[in-house]
Ligand binder design. Structure first.
Ligand code: ATP
Length: 257
């Protein structure tokens, strides 16, 4: 059985004097442990799709099932990581990474130690007592990753988590996030504008059409790229071929627009 299933999902935003059809007839399934990326032209509904999967927004028609149950509200099963880290500036890094556990009433010595171990694995052990403004952008995103993982969600939704970072930090974080997600056997959905990032992080890449977004094409990433961590995959000979393939399809969308 699919872990996540979208069945004919549509979303139209209504306001007093207008309506905006954001997503049209989207259906796809994700298996447990799969990494999916969503790309497409600006405004095609990528973030709306993540919001629908998170349960923050409900579909106008269609259904989204997680583990066979219809998603009707946000759930602790799902973690969200955004472009901005949204760490609370008045809390230390340790307090920030355990705030989710505390809110859920799950902050115990065991869960606190687990969160601190993850912080250590991501190279932030010496920064637990610091405040977010004492850390670099890349460090704060690593802390945001720990905060998301510490509550134990099964499904991770990543909305352009690297786009505010400088290029070198972004490449390093891609490797770190990828390895952490694989090690913890999580299912992940990444929204990105970067074709390369989608290719090296994912098992499949879903390309959405212009607004209202519908599925234009689904690319299955070949085994030789999937077997590598992102930095190595970017340097593999198959990478350029696949980049061109996706690029051509995106360009054809631009011509149709
Ligand atoms: N809460 C909302 N109310 C009304 N319209 C909305 C709302 N959220 C999104 N939209 C509209 O839905 C469409 C899709 O927006 P969305 O942000 O999902 O696209 P996107 O592909 O993520 O964009 P970008 O690539 O620029 O980040 C846009 O026309 C947007 O204006």
């Amino acid at each position: 059985m699919a872990f996540l299933e979208l069945k004919n999902v549509e979303k139209t935003f209504f306001s007093k004097d207008s309506l905006n059809e954001a997503i049209r007839n989207i259906s796809f399934s994700v298996m447990e442990g799969e990494f999916i990326s969503i790309i497409g032209p600006s405004g095609c509904g990528k973030t709306t799709l993540l919001s629908l999967i998170s349960g923050l927004v409900l579909p106008t028609t269609g259904k989204i099932l997680l583990d066979g149950k219809e998603i009707q509200r946000p759930s602790p099963e799902t973690g969200y990581m955004l472009q901005q880290d949204y760490l609370f500036p008045w809390l230390t890094i340790e307090e920030n990474i355990t705030i989710g556990l505390k809110t859920m009433g799950n902050l115990t010595e065991t869960t606190r130690k687990r969160a601190l171990l993850l912080l250590k694995q991501l190279g932030l052990a010496d920064h637990a007592a610091k405040y977010p403004n004492q850390l670099s952008g890349g460090m704060r995103q690593r802390a945001a990753l720990v905060r998301m993982l510490s509550t134990g969600p099964k499904l991770l939704l990543l909305d352009e988590p690297f786009s505010a970072l400088d290029y070198q930090t972004k490449l390093k974080l891609e490797d770190l996030v990828f390895s952490t997600i694989k090690e913890h056997k999580k299912t992940a959905i990444l929204v990105t504008h970067d074709i390369g990032e989608a290719l090296v992080m994912s098992d499949r890449v879903i390309l959405l059409s212009h607004s209202p977004g519908s599925i234009q094409r689904i690319f299955s990433i070949p085994e030789e790229l999937k077997a590598l961590i992102p930095f190595a995959a970017r340097n593999h000979s198959a990478y350029n071929k696949w980049f061109q393939e996706v690029w051509k399809e995106l360009e054809s969308l631009e011509r149709k627009a």
